[in-house]
Ligand binder design. Structure first.
Ligand code: SF4
Length: 236
């Protein structure tokens, strides 16, 4: 937990050590995944490495109309970062600023995420950041099960290409989509799960911290866990 003082110095995580651990921020999903909405880019000629495969996937995603969210938004926010990242962060869906700029986590919650990453010694350009759904739900509501199911193949493909060692789920929707623990995020957070070749950890979404500063402390503790496991994985 060597980075805990740094977080305190930055004023990010001054909360109590005894935060409430039971918070439900979105419904648990049990929807069946949709069929992939476009050809697998791994089959496309010339797409051989992770950057090429991810670029091909992003190009395909721009034409996706697999659910009704695309009709009400400006951008398909594919995600951004290092195609070879060992750490991937998965949020819920784009907000207004993200939709306007076609980039993930660039609004107020994204700025807080940047500060959390920096405090935990991660550079944003060294990780990959994306969301469960790539199109902004109207009014920033929680994506519906059918929308999550429609976008799920895109997320699965991104993760299959990047093959990160660690996935951090930011909020309940991400952990229930990837792991389906059946637990609210307040009980799922702080524990490691396994998915394919990745270790998966859930924590609160940065937007939840903005609404409730008491969540700063548990989020910081979770990112300390992530940092420790990240260092372990790079030492091998
Ligand atoms: S949210 Fe996902 S599945 Fe729905 S239209 Fe956008 S990219 Fe396609």
């Amino acid at each position: 937990m060597g980075h805990l003082p740094a977080g305190r110095q930055l004023g990010l995580f001054p909360g109590s050590q005894h935060e409430p651990t039971s918070q439900v921020t979105s419904p648990i999903l049990h929807a069946e995944p949709a069929e992939p909405p476009s050809p697998d880019p791994a089959d496309q000629q010339g797409a051989t490495g992770k950057p090429e495969l991810l670029n091909a996937l992003a190009d395909s995603a721009r034409d996706c109309r697999a659910c009704s969210l695309r009709a009400g938004c400006r951008s398909v926010v594919f995600g951004e970062g290092d195609p070879c990242a060992r750490l991937v962060l998965v949020g819920e869906g784009p907000g207004q600023v993200e939709d306007e700029l076609a980039r993930p986590f660039v609004g107020p919650a994204g700025q807080l995420l940047d500060r959390i990453l920096a405090a935990a010694d991660f550079r944003r350009q060294d990780v990959f950041i994306t969301n469960v759904v790539m199109c902004r739900p109207p009014g920033n509501r929680v994506p519906l099960p059918g929308e999550v199911a429609a976008c799920r193949p895109w997320l699965d493909r991104k993760l299959a290409i990047i093959r990160p060692r660690i996935i951090v789920c930011l909020g309940a929707l991400a952990i229930q989509t990837l792991i389906e623990t059946g637990l609210p995020v307040g009980r799922a957070r702080g524990r490691w799960f396994e998915r394919d070749d990745s270790f998966v950890l859930a924590t609160y979404h940065p937007a939840a911290i903005l609404r409730d500063p008491g969540k700063r402390r548990p989020v910081w503790e979770d990112f300390c866990r992530v940092r420790s496991r990240y260092l372990e994985s790079t030492a091998r």
